[in-house]
Write a protein that binds this ligand. Structure first.
Ligand SMILES: [Zn+2]
Length: 503
């Protein structure tokens, strides 16, 4: 028995006539255990199963590069060794006992044309009509009209129609620009780029246009359509063009160069696995003029930049617009101003964390889930007469049950929230016998005024009413004093208002 690691991808010949295996990293690697006497059929079956490929539509090729010890004696243009029969498997097993061998699995998809049916006929301009029947259910009948609108307005526009429709709705919501913030809408901007000749020669690990290679190839597979689009975005930015999405359904994806009449296009289709998109056609040469291409390319939307940043860098807490600005400059030579960076960041954040509106909408079910997971937890959600958010209170069961062991002091404070809809966060904390802070309750309120403090103190009293007397420590804010004043006269035994400056 021998163990041989394998990767999935495709062989390509480099300029210097050497063979190179382009690994499809998304597929990951697999470890094959080959027993002595393993047959070629068994090996193929193993690869089909382990890479989740069904037999129909795939002609697997299994190969391996000749170990270095052999290539030193021959020219370096030796092609890969293909494992085509039982004898070759036996040689492979013997070879792997003494040399490190990496198996290379490729799929040639011999039945591809049949699988795709009429869709895989050549790239003609009527393709879109043929595809209409297969569009996602969510896309309505006006899709083609809206699609044109999208493609004209939004520059690098792979944003789908639903997103467009959503933006329309969003505009009718509260106008928060009055608070002096930048509206987080998608905006078409002209992006000035560094001179491409400077790219790749700068300091740091800039992806250089000089050493950039188009990683997309026919028969390549992407686990999801999003991954395919992500790769396309990178390719478009690095090779300075814009693409538009001519069709996007659950099964088919077609992108074309933005310049009318240009032959660049990519088609991918789902074959056997439900979400894996295979590149079935890829015409990588442009027939448009460089000036047309670049003019289109410079018109870019902030949402596009946000997605590009997300694809390539990811999002962590604490990223500010300057980070977007710096990284886009360093990676792609894009020169963004602060506003564009802010909008791109906002969009990236919305994609990852959801929007503020979604957050408010999810609040009732979120609170219910907290209560389900922590029996004894107290929550409250108050809306105003127009059903808009007003107050939200949360005290976890652990805080309530742990309170009896604390010192007889509650420290309260509030802070303004800086999100889209503002508001204030009120907190109450205690102190345990080891002088450690023990969180008791939180509330998000519309504003830090005496009305909201009074509501908060009432909620607090409901949760922590045992074991008086109690001291309240605050920063002596007028609103807190007024709230306690109106709350405490009849309850002196419960709340002794010893206020002191704690900060
Ligand atoms: Zn083109």
């Amino acid at each position: 028995m021998v163990y041989i690691a394998s990767v999935y991808g495709e062989w390509v010949i480099k300029d210097n006539l050497s063979w190179h295996f382009e690994v499809d990293y998304r597929k990951g690697g697999r470890m094959f255990s080959l027993r002595d006497g393993c047959t070629h059929d068994e090996l193929i079956q193993m690869a089909l199963e382990d890479y989740s490929l069904t037999k129909i539509g795939h002609r697997l090729e299994i190969s391996y590069p000749l170990p270095e010890v052999f290539t030193q004696q021959t020219c370096n243009d030796s092609p890969p060794m293909f494992v085509t029969n039982d004898r070759q498997v036996e040689s492979l097993i013997e070879l792997s006992r003494n040399h490190g061998v990496r198996l290379c699995v490729s799929s040639k998809g011999k039945d591809e044309d049949n699988v795709d049916g009429p869709l895989d006929e050549d790239l003609d301009e009527n393709l879109d009509d043929e595809l209409k029947e297969e569009f996602d259910e969510e896309l309505d009948e006006d899709w083609s009209a809206e699609r044109e609108e999208v493609s004209e307005e939004s520059g690098c526009d792979e944003d789908d129609v639903r997103e467009k429709a959503y933006e329309g709705d969003d505009d009718t919501h509260a106008d928060y620009s009055q608070y002096g913030k930048i509206k987080d809408e998608d905006v078409v901007i002209d992006v000035p780029f560094d001179d491409p000749r400077l790219l790749g020669r700068g300091v740091g690990h800039r992806i250089g246009i000089d050493n950039w290679e188009d990683n997309i190839y026919e028969h390549q597979s992407f686990d999801t359509k999003a991954q395919l689009i992500s790769e396309l975005r990178l390719t478009a930015v690095m090779t300075r063009f814009s693409f538009r999405i001519a069709a996007s359904t659950r099964k088919v994806f077609v992108a074309k160069c933005k310049v009318a009449g240009c032959k660049w296009r990519l088609r991918a289709a789902v074959k056997n696995e439900p979400s894996t998109f295979w590149v079935t056609k890829y015409v990588k040469s442009h027939t448009c003029s460089v000036s047309d291409r670049v003019r289109n390319h410079k018109r870019c939307t902030t949402k596009y930049i946000g997605k590009l940043f997300l694809d390539r860098t990811g999002l962590i807490e604490g990223i500010v617009p300057q980070h977007i600005r710096d990284s886009m400059r360093r990676m792609f030579g894009m020169k963004l101003d602060y506003t564009a960076s802010y909008r791109a960041l906002k969009h990236a954040q919305d994609l990852v964390w959801g929007t503020a509106e979604e957050g408010y909408a999810n609040l009732p079910s979120y609170l219910q889930r907290i209560k389900d997971a922590n029996p004894g937890t107290v929550t409250d959600l108050v809306c105003d007469s127009q059903d808009r958010f007003k107050y939200c209170f949360l005290s976890l069961a652990g805080s309530i049950s742990g309170f009896q062991y604390l010192r007889r002091v509650i420290v309260v404070d509030g802070t303004h929230l800086t999100g889209k809809y503002g508001g204030a966060l009120l907190v109450a904390a205690g102190q345990d016998a080891n002088f450690q802070i023990f969180p008791l309750a939180f509330a998000v309120v519309d504003a830090e005024d005496s009305e909201s403090w009074e509501w908060f103190f009432n909620k607090l009293r409901d949760c922590f009413r045992q074991l008086p007397p109690m001291a309240i420590v605050s920063d002596r804010a007028a609103a807190i004093a007024r709230a306690l004043e109106s709350l405490c006269p009849g309850h002196q035994e419960e709340y002794a208002t010893i206020t002191s400056k704690v900060i």
